[in-house]
Design a protein. Structure first.
Length: 246
C-alpha cells in the first residue's frame, strides 16, 4: 500500500501565495515558485497550486507559473483554478504539471470530468471539493450547489476522477484540526484516494487525518517556516504514521 503523502498547498492570487481563514481575509505569504522550491527541498511528497481567484475573475489557467515551477521542483505537482476544458488541462500538463484539479467548472458541467479522463487519463484528474457542514460550495466557497459532499464524490468517481481533494471551509486556516467527520464520510463512500485539507495545526492533527485519508494537505502550518516540513515528518513517524523518510 502506498505511504501516506504530505502535500503543501499554495493558494495563488495575483502571482502571490496567499492564506486566510475559512477562505477569507487573505494575506500574502510569499512567491509561489520560491515557496514551491523550498517545499520540494524540504521533502514534500507532492505540491498543489490553486489559483483561488481565477474562477471568480473569469481568468485563464496558470500556464506561465507552471512553467516556472517545473524548472525549480523535482516532485509531482497539481495545478487548479480556471480549468474549464480538456484543452486547458492539456496546456497545464504540457507546461509541466503532473495533475490538474477542477472544482467549480465540474460542478457547473459534470461531463467535464468524463472529458478530462478521456483526454489526459484518470491518474491526472483531481476533483477538488470545498465543503461546509457537509454541503458542497463552488466559486471559492461563495455559492451553494445543492449537493452533499458524499453525493458529489460518488458522482465524480463514476465519471473517472482519479483523486479527490476535500477541503473543509469550516476548518480552513484555523489550525484547529481537520474535519474528520466529513473526511471519513467521503473516504468511506469512494474507492479513490482522498486528500484531507483544511485545519492542520499540529502533527497530531495530521496523524488523525491520515488514519482516514491517503494524503494530508498542509498550508498555514508550514507557510511561515517551510523547513518545518522535515520536523513534521519526524513527529509523524514518532506517532507511528508510516510516512516516507525525507
Amino acid at each position: 500500500m502506498p505511504l501516506p503523502r504530505l502535500i503543501p498547498c499554495l493558494d495563488v492570487a495575483g502571482d502571490r501565495v496567499v492564506k486566510g481563514v475559512r477562505f477569507r481575509n487573505l494575506r500574502d505569504v510569499g512567491d509561489p515558485v520560491e515557496l514551491g522550491a523550498a517545499y520540494s527541498a524540504a521533502g514534500a511528497d507532492e505540491l498543489v497550486f490553486l489559483d483561488v481567484a481565477a474562477t471568480i475573475e473569469g481568468r485563464s489557467t496558470l500556464v506561465g507559473l507552471v512553467r516556472r515551477v517545473a524548472e525549480r521542483v523535482a516532485i509531482p505537482f497539481t495545478v487548479g483554478g480556471g480549468v474549464r476544458s480538456a484543452n486547458d488541462a492539456e496546456a497545464l500538463l504540457a507546461a509541466g504539471a503532473d495533475k490538474v484539479a477542477v472544482n467549480s467548472a465540474a460542478l457547473e458541467r459534470p461531463e467535464l470530468v468524463d472529458e478530462l479522463r478521456a483526454r489526459i487519463g484518470a491518474q491526472a484528474v483531481v476533483v477538488a471539493i470545498d465543503v461546509t457542514a457537509g454541503e458542497v460550495r463552488s466559486r471559492a466557497g461563495s455559492a451553494e450547489t445543492g449537493r452533499t459532499a458524499v453525493e458529489w464524490a460518488r458522482e465524480v468517481e463514476s465519471r473517472g476522477a482519479g483523486e479527490i481533494l476535500l477541503t473543509s471551509i469550516d476548518a480552513d486556516g484555523t489550525r484547529a484540526g481537520y474535519d474528520l467527520d466529513v473526511t471519513a464520510a467521503v473516504a468511506a463512500a469512494v474507492d479513490l484516494p482522498v486528500i484531507a485539507s483544511g485545519g492542520a495545526g499540529s502533527a497530531q492533527h495530521v496523524a488523525a487525518a491520515l488514519e482516514i485519508a491517503q494524503a494530508a494537505l498542509l498550508a498555514s502550518i508550514l507557510h511561515d517556516e517551510p523547513a518545518r516540513l522535515r520536523v513534521l515528518r519526524g513527529e509523524l513517524r514518532d506517532l507511528g504514521v508510516p510516512v516516507r523518510c525525507s
